[in-house]
Design a protein around this ligand. Sequence first.
Ligand code: AKB
Length: 316
Amino acid sequence: MKKILVIGATGQIGTELVPELRKKYGKENVVATGHKKKPDEEFKNSGPFEFLEATDKRAVEKMVEAHGIDTIYHLASILSAAGEKNPQAAYFVNNTALYNVLEIAREKKLERIMVPSSIAVFGPETPRNNTPNETVLKPTTMYGISKVHGELLGNYYFHKFGVDMRGVRYPGIISNVAPPGGGTTDYAVDIFYYAVRGEPYTCFLKPDSTLPMMYMPDALKAIMQLADADVKKLKHHTDFNLAAFSFSPAELAAAIQEELPGFKIEYKPDFRQAIADSWPRSIDDSCAREEWGWKPDYDLKGMVKDMIEKLSARLK
Ligand code: AKB
């Protein structure tokens, strides 16, 4: 029986991943943990929840022992834009917490560690169109540097110690439940709240700033599918490129206007533009498709329709 610890469960991915894991493995078998943010009552009552400082190795170890954990989903991370405001914190949190988790997995012979990576591992010297899995990894953000470090460290632990860490390089994730925090792709979520409330939106990226993106149901499907993949079929472990669709702010605004014709957008690029300019426009995810059968369900149109429907019902 799987016993799963989710670190960083109150963030954008965790908020929606925890219920999916609980559906699959049973609510008592998924221990959600968070740092500062208080989960809402529904989340807290849906299964075990504990406060946990992800950088405190002993605290994580105790949690693993207390609940008989064999699998960790390590989601705690400071994202690209927040990381540029406080690179020291991003360095400390992103690297220390992952190192602790890997050491605990090695010492306690845990079965599996799932750790999201990101398109932030790429940098300005990486080919920007149809970016291959194997390519130049010279990011210019502290978040990206910590993600490259995490991928390499995970591969090292797999080959050296047999720790089965796996991860996908997520593009920007769009969801209608928990808001993202501190990312460069966050505009693609914020814009929907404005559109549904009938307010104009000021975008912090330029209209033609194309980035790879994905709808949350696909992001959850990907990490859970990779967790179940047969290790013998995997040539990669911690660093799978993952794609669904790409769009620019202008293209997203046009797709929203098809559903909500009165929607208006203006552009005031800020420091996040330089981060977006250093990332790919589109991603080649053929390794994920070949090694564990990855295929997204949502395209841009389907995502926009669903986002507007769900948010309109909630915000009404
Ligand atoms: C960010 O914008 O920092 C994240 C990411 C692409 O990993 N959404």
